[in-house]
Design a binder for this molecule. Structure first.
Ligand code: KG4
Ligand code: ZN
Length: 402
C-alpha cells in the first residue's frame, strides 16, 4: 500500500510517500519521498508559533512540497488533462480560505496525472487548529481530485509509532512490540503518559496539569533571552557544562550535586502519574527577577539545573507508571524526546533499574514532527478500514488518543 501523508499540525509542513507492506504483527515501510519545510526561522521573529502565520506558511509550502515528494518518489507524471467542472468547483470551495493554494492546486492537477498512491493520510489533531485545517483541506482536495480514500491520523499516534521503528538498510520495520507499552509523549503541546494495552488502543495514565514540558523549555529559554525554539538552546548550554565541569547528569535527591541554582521538582512526591511544569517555570522567573543580567556561565548553570529538574520529574513519574501498569515496553516520543539529557537519563535508568523493560526511542529524523510518522499511523488505520468521510472530517486541536 502506498500512502501519501500530510502533516501541518504546528510549525513543520511535511509530505511523505511511504510504501507499506505486511500487517499489524509485522509491517515494513520504505520511504519513497519525503519533503519537509520547517517554519522555525519565520516564527523566531515572534518568539513562538503564531497560528495565523503557521497557517499562511503551510498554504504557501504545501504545493512545492507535494511536487518535491512526488518527484523523489518518481510518481510525478505530466499529463495535460482538463479538470471536470464539478471537481474544479469542489476543489476551489475546499481551498477558498487558503489564498493562492487553490490556483496552484488547480494548475497542478490539470498538468499532472493522479499519482499512483492508495490512500491520503492527514494529521487531524491534536495541534493548532488553523494550521491543521490547511492540511486537512488540502488532503480532502487531493482525495477528491485523485479519487483516493482519506485517512485521518492522530499526531500523537504518529509519535508513538515512530519510536517503535527499527531501521535497517533504509527499511523501517515495526514488529515484536511487547505489550503493554507505555508511551511518554513530550512535545510543545503535550506531556502525557499513555498506555497501549492492546495494539493501537490507548488509555491515559498521567498528564500535565498545566504547561507541557516543551512549553516550559521554550518559556524558560525566552526568559533567558535565548531564541525560539528553546529546547535545543537550553540543551546546548547544559551539555556544555556537563561535558567540562559537573560530569553526566544527576537524577536523585531534591537537587543534584554541582548545581548552583536550586529548582523545584513539582509534584515529584505525590502519588499520581501527573506532571506540573508551571511551578518550575515560575521558579526560574523569580530567580531571574532578583538578578542582573546572567553571565554566560550562570546561563549554563541555570540551563543545567532546569534540565536536571525536568529529567528527574519525567523519569520518576515514568518509573511509577511502569510499575503501576506493568508495561514491558517504554516508548519516548514527541519533539522533546530529541533532548540529549532525557535520552541519556532514560537509557541509564532503564538499564540500572528496569532492565526487564525494552526502551524505544525514535531516531533523530523521526523525533521532531514529520510526515513519515503520519504515514505509519495512516497505514495501520487504513488496514483497519478506518476511512474518513471528507464531508465530516474536521480539525480537532485537542484530539485525544483512544
Ligand atoms: O513534537 P514537536 O516537534 O512539536 C509539537 O507537536 O509540539 O515538539 C516541539 C517542542 C518544542 O517545545 C521544542 O523546544 C522542543 O520540542 N524540543 C526540544 C529539543 N528539540 C525540540 N526540547 C528539549 N531538547 C531538545 N533537544
Ligand atoms: Zn509533535
Amino acid at each position: 500500500m502506498k500512502i501519501l501523508a500530510i502533516e501541518t499540525s504546528c510549525d513543520e509542513t511535511a509530505i511523505a510517500i511511504v510504501e507499506a507492506t505486511g500487517d499489524e504483527k509485522r509491517a515494513q515501510f520504505s520511504v519513497l519521498g519525503n519533503a519537509l519545510l520547517s517554519q522555525i526561522e519565520v516564527h523566531k521573529e515572534y518568539g513562538g508559533v503564531f497560528p495565523a502565520v503557521a497557517k499562511r506558511e503551510h498554504a504557501k509550502n504545501l504545493m512545492p512540497l507535494l511536487r518535491a515528494a512526488l518527484e523523489e518518489a518518481e510518481l510525478l507524471k505530466e499529463d495535460t488533462q482538463s479538470v471536470p467542472q464539478e471537481t474544479h468547483d469542489a476543489v476551489a470551495k475546499l481551498l477558498e480560505r487558503e489564498p493562492g493554494l487553490d490556483e496552484a492546486f488547480l494548475e497542478f492537477i490539470s498538468e499532472n496525472e493522479p499519482a499512483d498512491v492508495d490512500a491520503i493520510a492527514v494529521t487531524a489533531g491534536p495541534g493548532l487548529e488553523p494550521a491543521l485545517w490547511v492540511g486537512i483541506n488540502f488532503a480532502k482536495a487531493l482525495a477528491l481530485a485523485w479519487d483516493k480514500p482519506l485517512v485521518a491520523v492522530n499526531h500523537m499516534e504518529g509519535h508513538v509509532l515512530s519510536a517503535l521503528v527499527t531501521e535497517k538498510d533504509g527499511v523501517l520495520t515495526i514488529t515484536d512490540v511487547r505489550l503493554p507499552a507505555l508511551a511518554l509523549l513530550i512535545s510543545g503541546g503535550h506531556t502525557e503518559l499513555v498506555l497501549m494495552k492492546e495494539w493501537l488502543t490507548y488509555a491515559l495514565v498521567g498528564q500535565t496539569r498545566d504547561d507541557a514540558v516543551g512549553e516550559a523549555y521554550d518559556k524558560v529559554a525566552r526568559m533567558m533571552g535565548l531564541p525560539y525554539p528553546g529546547g535545543p538552546e537550553i540543551s546546548k548550554l547544559a551539555e556544555s557544562l556537563r561535558s567540562v565541569e559537573v560530569g553526566p547528569s544527576q537524577v536523585g535527591g531534591s537537587s543534584a550535586s554541582g548545581e548552583v541554582f536550586n529548582l523545584p521538582r513539582p509534584m515529584l512526591h505525590d502519588d499520581t502519574c501527573d506532571f506540573s511544569f508551571s511551578g518550575l517555570k515560575t521558579a526560574v522567573l523569580y530567580l531571574l527577577k532578583n538578578r542582573s543580567e546572567l553571565t554566560d556561565d550562570e546561563k549554563a548553570q541555570l540551563a543545567y539545573a532546569f534540565e536536571n529538574a525536568v529529567a528527574e520529574v519525567l523519569w520518576k513519574k515514568t518509573a511509577r507508571a511502569l510499575e503501576q501498569t506493568e508495561a514491558k515496553t517504554l516508548v519516548i516520543g514527541g519533539g522533546v524526546s530529541a533532548n540529549t539529557n532525557i535520552r541519556r537519563v532514560f537509557t541509564e535508568k532503564i538499564a540500572e533499574e528496569r532492565p526487564d523493560v525494552s526502551l524505544r526511542i525514535p531516531s533523530a529524523a523521526l523525533t521532531t514532527d514529520n510526515a513519515i510518522m503520519i504515514a505509519l499511523a495512516g497505514f495501520y488505520r487504513a488496514l483497519r478500514k478506518e476511512i474518513a468521510n471528507p464531508e465530516t472530517l474536521t480539525a480537532n486541536g485537542n484530539r485525544s488518543l483512544k
